[in-house]
Design a protein around this ligand. Structure first.
Ligand code: GDP
Ligand code: FE
Ligand code: FE
Length: 196
């Protein structure tokens, strides 16, 4: 069954939720539902399609619990950028995860797939839907970390400022832990955080 924003009924949403739930822990599924709630609210506030926001949110971490081997197999099968092989689940579950979403959930809407691809790293160019999913993932009601209140406040008042806040704080977190920075994360920083 193909899922699109046009044929998206409550019954199809329920079915999508079930398919997603089967792929993950209870805790991660709770996170996904929180992202959906926040993404739909942000979509309504900033004027992008709430159905697309719901579908993208429900599917955004669909592949997160797949094995490394499953991601490596998919990268090779689809002849994706070989540099991806130098990264891990944190980077794969969005960019490569979108291909699992396309193949297994029948979601072919490119705007939705792109929002899933960039949900972890952001990108220099982000559509409204990309921004909504990126920010909703960070501030959904189950998230609890220093700064989440301020991020939520920004999300409800200035979406681009929320993207900037999240990007800056994620980068600080990665630097502090001496984790590798994916080049797209730096592109996002240069576009959204650096003062012009
Ligand atoms: P989640 O899937 O809901 O937990 O959230 P995300 O998809 O946003 O992030 C997944 C993980 O990727 C988090 O631990 C982030 O800190 C991490 N992450 C984000 N950007 C980068 C990056 O550039 N490099 C690395 N190594 N990890 C990143
Ligand atoms: Fe994620
Ligand atoms: Fe997430």
């Amino acid at each position: 069954m193909k899922i699109s924003s046009e044929n998206y009924t409550p019954a199809i949403r329920e079915q999508l939720m079930q398919q997603v739930q089967m792929q993950m822990s209870e805790k991660r599924f709770r996170h996904v539902l929180g992202v959906e709630e926040m993404a739909v609210a942000l979509a309504k506030k900033y004027g992008c399609c709430p159905n697309k926001a719901s579908i993208a949110a429900l599917a955004h971490d669909y592949a997160k619990e797949r094995s490394d081997d499953a991601f490596i197999f998919m990268i090779k099968k689809l002849k994706m950028d070989p540099d991806l092989l130098n990264w891990d689940n944190a980077i794969w579950h969005g960019i490569v995860g979108a291909e699992f979403v396309r193949q297994e959930l029948g979601i072919e809407d490119e705007e939705i797939l792109q929002a899933i691809r960039v949900h972890t790293t952001g990108a220099a160019k982000m559509s409204l839907l990309d921004q909504v999913i990126y920010v909703a993932d960070y501030v959904e009601p189950n998230r609890d970390f220093p700064g989440v209140q301020e991020a939520r406040q920004l999300a409800l008042t200035n979406l681009a400022a929320a993207v900037a806040y999240e990007t800056k704080h994620t980068l600080q977190f990665l630097l502090k832990k001496e984790l590798p920075i994916y080049p797209k994360t730096i592109e996002t920083y240069n576009q959204w955080v650096v003062k012009k």
